[in-house]
Design a protein around this ligand. Structure first.
Ligand SMILES: [Zn+2]
Ligand SMILES: [Zn+2]
Length: 290
């Protein structure tokens, strides 16, 4: 079984109730964090996890909403790892990730200096292992395999989606993208597809061109559902809601997806959890649990 927790279902637009984009994937005793937007550590705590518990951080792309709390995550893991040989945090992302991580460490250089000077048992800066990919197998450990494939979020490029597999269960995390053949292939037959979405019908009616611009490079609810249908996935999990969904609003979003995708559709508040089980033909089944 693979467990998916929507840690943050928000977007760049600040929301009192929704953290920035981040999804937790637990598989085979490993804890993978996909993107680390605003408030990610508060939601990690809410999900019973922490920066120190992460096996790896996977980044779909380098937009601010998806990496907003990267520095906080790196520093917190560092100062809450108390053993003599802390396990480096593996950070996997598209080309450009290493530069962003280096710049983040430079931004936190005063903090790192203060703490090294103050705590004799901290013997070095945060231990990190940054790896850049555009496709292929990016992680393989103890029965958990993660593959990446290019997505299409242009002019933001390169961007990637991930497919996590464990014991015949599989979950694909699309990130921000318009429909594309490489995502279709990555998602083919997966137990679940976690897809970011915007309501183009609502966003297109907004009076600000800068807001309407975001329709160019995101999938609408219907487009994400169409991708899920084409790829024949078992469960469609929607996240990254633009505009934020108000009280009682889920049924309308679910109905839009259901016009195209006839199977289980999941969406919800931050910390919404979905269990993805192995099934015949690799198809997943759903157990909504919170
Ligand atoms: Zn983006
Ligand atoms: Zn985004």
């Amino acid at each position: 079984m693979i467990e998916v927790t929507l840690l943050g279902t928000g977007s760049p637009i600040p929301d009192a109730d929704r953290a920035g984009p981040a999804t937790l994937v637990r598989a085979g005793g490993q804890t993978l964090l996909v993107d680390c937007g605003r408030g990610v550590q508060m939601r990690l705590a809410g999900a019973g996890s922490s920066a120190g518990a992460l096996t790896a951080l996977l980044l779909t792309h380098l937009h601010s909403d998806h990496i907003g709390d990267l520095g906080d995550l790196i520093i917190t893991r560092w100062i809450t790892s108390f053993g003599p040989n802390p396990v480096p945090l593996t950070i996997i992302g598209p080309p450009g990730t290493a530069d962003v991580v280096d710049a983040t460490l430079r931004a936190f250089a005063p903090d790192i200096g203060y703490r090294l000077a103050h705590h004799p048992d901290l013997t070095g800066p945060p231990a990190l292992d940054v790896q850049e990919f555009t496709d292929g197998v990016v992680w393989q450990r103890d029965g958990v395999v993660v593959r990446a494939a290019p997505t299409d979020h242009r002019p933001v490029a390169p961007t990637i989606g991930f497919r996590v597999e464990h014991a015949a269960a599989s979950v694909v995390l699309a990130g921000d993208t318009v429909p594309c053949a490489t995502l279709d292939e990555l998602a083919s037959g997966a137990g679940a597809l976690v897809h970011t979405v915007i309501r183009k019908d609502l966003v297109d009616a907004m009076p600000l061109q800068r807001i309407r611009d975001i329709c160019d490079y995101h999938s609408s609810v219907e487009q994400a559902a169409d991708t899920a249908a084409r790829a024949d996935v078992g469960i469609l999990v929607l996240t990254h809601y633009v505009p934020g969904i108000g009280p009682g609003g889920y049924d309308e979003w679910r109905a839009l997806a259901a016009t195209v995708f006839p199977r289980q559709i999941e969406l919800g508040d931050d910390l919404h959890r979905v269990e993805v089980h192995p099934a015949v033909c690799g198809r997943g089944t759903v157990t909504p649990a919170g």
